[in-house]
Write a protein that binds this ligand. Structure first.
Ligand code: SF4
Ligand code: SF4
Length: 442
């Protein structure tokens, strides 16, 4: 009987040099082999050198014949779902100074900020449930409309529980250099800002209540802030109307001495056509599969133009998002609790109120509690399950797709992603080699 077998999470793709590129979605390892892996196993791996055997085993491409890989992935998933870490997404207000046409929170009216009573309950919750650690994401509305309040909440939570990580999703219009410094001192480590294209694109999509464009305000802030891609990521929301502007935006950032440091943190994101949101852009949205194809085209253009690779080999994760995790709560300004970020402001998605036992919508809560990709045959037999883990549950909940079909874009393009990653590596090696030759000649 064979001691080893091929992992169920292997992905293989032929290179144009006749070799085979192996990727294992359970370890994230990539390896190039001269002969197909299947043949290697059939011939017996004892014929391979010790180091070749080690690489195949360490990369998870070959696994012990007795191993139950699916159970191991399920174990990791369940452990993350029931993690004692308290994951808080806090919306100090749902007010927003912008009116983005694709916003899933709809048209915000003037909204209250968190009251002292709600804050006290959140701090009590952190003290009780956050002993193993708390992560905080500031969200809204626009969280910086309640800047002083959020700083004070952050400090009060830090006084009663170990805050492990703190980040913010902001439109960037109010994140000037002083505010940024103050927030970093307060413990914030990551910021996500959206820029949808050059001014003629960004300003039509992300304007203020009075219709004024926000490109200059956001860009000026980014130029002033003493940060780089490790603390600030730039999300570019794309649909059919602005996808072709992505390259120009990249060129603009790469060509500006004070913006180039963010290029590595720029990433294209798909605008999702949520059925519950009356969005005037809905006809322009890509499906995940369509976006995958466009993403590869964009990646090639960006790499050729600015030498930056936006294609990443996917890494295994423990959950797709925190919404289905037991101790993950999205808390609105009235103390209302949601599970998913896209539910914020939707009264029918409220699953509780902070500091109270009442469950206003038990069916909603049951959906998130019972969500698992492991009840679905298609997911259980999927070779990229460890990097997708069933995808976005909200897509199934809102009946956009059937369960098992909310696949991440890599499902459609993983082979092409691997080939691009390999080409990039070979180019980099060539450049290093060239540089080595140049320096020897000098
Ligand atoms: S369930 Fe989907 S939409 Fe909701 S927070 Fe998770 S990834 Fe986002
Ligand atoms: S949703 Fe699709 S890609 Fe994700 S695990 Fe299930 S079958 Fe695989």
């Amino acid at each position: 009987m064979q001691k080893y077998r091929l992992s169920a999470f292997n992905v293989t793709v032929q290179t144009d040099r006749g070799s085979e590129l192996l990727y294992n979605s359970n370890t994230g390892a990539v390896l190039e082999v001269a002969a197909p892996l299947k043949n290697i196993l059939e011939n017996g791996i004892d014929l391979l050198s010790y180091s070749a055997q080690e690489r195949l085993l360490e990369g998870g491409f070959l696994v012990d014949a007795e191993d139950n890989e699916l159970e191991m992935v399920r174990f990791r998933y369940e452990r993350a779902k029931h993690s004692p870490i308290l994951v808080l997404t806090l919306c100090p207000t749902l007010s927003c100074n912008l009116r983005c046409g694709y916003c899933y929170e709809g048209e915000p009216t003037v909204q209250p900020v968190m009251s002292e009573e709600v804050i006290r309950r959140i701090v009590d919750l952190a003290a009780k449930m956050g002993r193993s650690g708390v992560t905080i994401t500031w969200y809204g509305g626009e969280p910086l409309l309640a800047k002083d309040l959020l700083v004070s909440i952050q400090k009060r939570i830090s006084d009663v529980a170990p805050v492990m990580h703190c980040s913010m999703v902001t439109n960037g219009t109010l994140l000037d250099a002083r505010t940024y410094e103050m927030l970093v001192k307060c413990g914030l480590k990551r910021f996500q800002i959206t820029v949808d294209g050059m001014p003629h694109i960004h300003n039509t999509r992300r304007a203020t209540i009075t219709g004024r464009g926000t490109f200059d305000a956001v860009i000026n802030n980014l130029r002033q802030i003493q940060a780089d891609h490790s603390t600030i990521s730039i999300r570019v929301n794309l649909d059919r109307s602005n996808l072709d502007g992505y390259l120009n935006l990249m060129r603009f950032f790469a060509g500006d001495a004070r913006l180039a440091r963010y290029v590595r943190g720029m990433y294209p994101a798909r605008v999702t056509n949520w059925p519950s949101v009356p969005c005037r852009w809905s006809a322009l949205c890509y499906s995940e599969e369509e976006f995958g194809t466009e993403y590869l085209r964009l990646a090639d253009e960006v790499y050729a133009a600015v030498g930056e690779s936006i294609v990443q080999v996917p890494v295994p994760r423990n959950t797709y998002c925190s919404a289905s995790a037991e101790n993950s709560l999205v808390i609105g300004p009235l103390g209302e609790i949601y599970k998913c970020w896209t539910s914020v402001g939707n009264p029918s998605a409220i699953v509780g109120y902070v500091g109270e036992d009442m469950v206003p919508n038990k069916a909603e809560l049951d959906f998130w509690r019972s969500w698992t990709p492991f009840s679905n045959e298609r997911c259980c037999s999927c070779n990229i399950l460890p990097v997708c883990l069933g995808g976005c549950p909200a897509m199934v909940k809102s009946k956009m797709v059937a369960i098992g079909h909310q696949c991440v874009r890599e499902k459609h393009i993983i082979g092409e992603v691997l080939l691009r990653a390999q080409r990039r590596l070979m180019n980099e090696r060539n450049v290093q080699c060239q540089e080595g030759l140049e320096s020897r000649r000098q």
